[in-house]
Design a protein around this ligand. Structure first.
Ligand SMILES: [Zn+2]
Length: 103
């Protein structure tokens, strides 16, 4: 049994919980981990509270900022919302933007 984080409804045991991603941000992962040459100095950037000492090769991807455990209903609703958002993104692009120059 758990409580849906979106509609606060109590979901009975046996119902599969769904995790939806509420907020993401695109991120470029830099290499990190046990690289001897990485210890350049006391730079405060990139503070990670993960404590993992596993080497991370880095790459590009999206980072989950906020995730929620929700009931199936909200999961479906969320999926719909995402689709609508995508549609709106397409629709909101300027129709007269025929020129390819962006600067
Ligand atoms: Zn819900």
């Amino acid at each position: 049994m758990f409580r849906c984080e979106l509609c606060q409804a109590v979901v009975p045991a046996g119902v599969r919980t769904s995790r939806v991603i509420l907020v993401t941000r695109s991120k470029t992962y830099v290499e990190r981990g046990r690289q001897p040459m990485e210890r350049g100095g006391p730079r405060g950037r990139g503070r990670s509270s993960g404590g993992k000492s596993k080497f991370d090769k880095g790459g590009e991807g999206s980072e989950i900022v906020r995730e929620a455990a929700v009931c199936p209903k909200c999961a479906a609703q969320h999926e719909q919302d995402e689709e609508i958002k995508q549609q709106q993104l397409i629709n909101s692009s300027p129709e007269t933007g025929e020129s390819d120059s962006e600067s």
